[in-house]
Design a protein around this ligand. Structure first.
Ligand SMILES: [Zn+2]
Length: 606
């Protein structure tokens, strides 16, 4: 067995010290290979974690033995005797994200994929991790513990290296709240300064997790589940793991004791939790055949991320609604947000969701200023495809078959047994199992850029979609703007004290036609200083066809350009229930009141 030990070498310098004890079966055995992943499952980008490894050494007894670098992330050791080999190195950990590792004097977080070299040929065997005590820090992870008391330093064990790197670890002064969902232990862990009402959050998480477990008919692919949450001033993200999720959120995302309503920040946090939890079934167990096994040395391609991220994105908010945490109108506004996100920009017409999935490594994960003009999100469009699928299945089965039912059956047939899905599994399975042919729809939705039949499908459920004007170029979504501007700049921008920084310029719209580019900084429009207030004023008072002179800096060069205002186009989409009886099967009606309201009394609020 390979034994890892992770110590804190110098928290202020963000350095972990890693030691690996490796058995030597006989001194003539083939060379050992030590290698670190280049990426980690769930986040499809080459990250080259090995770049943070320093002072790599190996010993046998008192003898230093040579280590030879084979490539950017792999080293080779030839045993010199039959004594066990001790490998040691330090890892610089200062990536404030859920994908890698972070350490300072206040707390630490790591994915073992960033810290612990795999040892070949032992990667298929069990391995142990020792985390020695450090100050009064606590430890939280989903990794099975074999020594030490709960939430403290100790010894942990995984069945093999693949499992080992799927257990992120948080350490520091932690907030820990345990709760049970359908008798399965769950833990909500926070690190970082916060003012969260953790009991309230756990009650809401319970309601959400119950929906997920019930959707899968009580079949749960873990024995316990841990929400590992890093709280920062500004940040957001999550990554799914086999029995945990690593989350990062902003302090204001977490509901506090004196807050009574689910605001958009808290709702987004719950939606993130819901999303990562759904992944326990949909990508951690049910997964593309192409990911069995994961090969983490280089990119691994699949066309199916539209399904694994899109369906998960559909159910994250939908199950929030089923849990009674958001009412039907709020849910429909969120769908409107997704529609608006997908439709803004012409990338939608240039890339299919299967292409978006396949090229995630270099396009979706490396989005630049031109992204709206060149790509489509397999998350957002995938969620709309999932919505269409749900509605089509309901319509063609007289409301007996839902996408939830399909997910449960797919999981039982291809997930529980880790068989994996081929590119056509969803289509062939639905035809074979329920005698419903969705091949036409999927062919169009996955392999062409033709529009989805959202309007027609939603109409059959008594819901209409209305394109409406947005407040301005930065604020499009699922709600009607109070005072939409009659003209649009055709660019997303950020107002700074030095002008309007253009982040995205939409092809074919006013800014582009005037000759403005992303990264340009508009300092004046019509000879008046451009700022957050003045841009809104000028958009409100202008008419389509009006011409203005725009001054902008591109790098250090001043540009003077003539811009012709274009009529604002409806870039927001409102969804309205016209026939409550038709929607009742799909959405909870009458509009649910936040069912958690009575709990607030316990907190002294009324
Ligand atoms: Zn996801």
């Amino acid at each position: 067995m390979v034994y890892y030990q992770i110590q804190i070498r110098d928290a202020k310098a963000h350095l972990f010290a890693v030691t690996i004890e490796i058995p030597v079966l006989d001194r003539h055995q083939t060379p050992l290979r030590l290698t670190l992943p280049a990426w980690l499952p769930g986040s499809y980008m080459i990250r080259d974690f090995a770049k943070n490894i320093n002072v790599l050494k190996a010993h046998q007894g008192d003898h230093v033995i040579p280590i030879k670098a084979i490539d950017k992330q792999t080293w080779e050791i030839i045993p010199q005797s039959s004594e066990r080999i001790i490998v040691s190195y330090e890892v610089y950990a200062f990536d404030l994200s859920v994908r890698s590792a972070y350490l300072d004097q206040y707390w630490g977080f790591f994915n073992p994929s960033s810290l612990c070299l795999a040892v070949l040929p032992y990667a298929d065997q069990p391995c142990q991790l020792t985390l020695p005590p450090y100050r009064h820090w606590q430890v939280a992870t989903g990794m099975p513990r074999i020594d030490g008391t709960a939430f403290n330093a100790g010894v942990f064990q995984a069945n093999n290296y693949d499992e080992f790197i799927d257990y992120p670890v948080i350490m520091g002064e932690l907030t820990i709240e345990q709760f049970a969902v359908r008798n399965i232990p769950h833990v909500f862990v926070l690190v970082g300064r916060h003012y969260a009402d953790v009991k309230r959050i756990c009650r809401d998480l319970t309601a959400i997790c119950e929906q997920h477990i019930d959707l899968f008919d009580g079949q749960v692919p873990f024995h316990e589940y841990v929400f590992l949450t890093i709280v920062v001033g500004q940040g957001f993200g999550g990554l799914e793991h086999r029995n945990s999720t690593a989350l990062m959120c902003s302090r204001h995302d977490l509901i506090s004791a004196n807050q009574t309503v689910v605001d958009k920040y808290y709702r987004t946090f719950l939606s993130l939790c819901s999303h990562e939890y759904f992944h326990s079934w949909n990508i951690k167990t049910l997964k593309p055949k192409a990911f069995i096994p994961y090969r983490l040395a280089r990119e691994q391609y699949t066309e199916q991320l539209w399904f694994y991220e899109g369906v998960t994105s559909y159910f994250d908010d939908y199950l929030l609604h089923r849990a009674g945490l958001i009412d039907a109108d709020t849910y429909l506004a969120l769908l409107g947000d997704t529609i608006a996100r997908v439709k803004r920009g012409i990338g939608l017409h240039k890339q299919t969701v299967t292409e978006s999935s396949f090229h995630a490594w270099t396009k979706f994960y490396k989005q630049d200023e031109n992204a709206p003009n060149s790509i489509v999100s397999y998350y957002a469009k995938g969620a709309l495809i999932a919505l269409c699928l749900d509605l089509i299945l309901r319509l063609r089965s007289d409301h007996h078959i839902t996408l939830a039912r399909v997910m449960n059956d797919l999981w039982l047939n291809y997930g529980k047994n880790l068989e994996g899905t081929a590119d056509d599994t969803v289509m062939t399975f639905i035809r074979a199992k329920y005698d419903i042919d969705i091949s036409d729809f999927l062919q169009q939705a996955l392999y062409t850029t033709n529009p989805l039949p959202l309007r027609e499908l939603l109409a059959k459920f008594g819901v209409s979609i209305t394109p409406v004007l947005s407040a301005d170029d930065n604020q499009y979504g699922g709600r009607k703007a109070e005072h939409p501007a009659p003209v649009a700049l055709g660019a997303k921008y950020k107002a700074t004290p030095h002008g309007l920084e253009l982040h995205h310029v939409f092809q074919g719209e006013a800014a582009h036609l005037a000759g403005l580019s992303a990264h340009d900084r508009i300092i004046a429009i019509d000879y008046l200083q451009a700022n957050d207030v003045s841009i809104k004023d000028i958009l409100q008072r202008s008419e389509p066809g009006d011409e203005v002179i725009v001054h902008a800096f591109r790098r250090d060069e001043l540009l003077e350009l003539k811009l012709t205002w274009q009529a604002a186009q409806p870039t927001s989409y409102t969804l309205t229930i016209n026939a409550p009886e038709a929607v009742r099967d799909w959405l909870l009606l009458p509009k649910s009141v936040p069912p958690r309201a009575p709990d607030l009394n316990a907190n002294g609020a009324n």
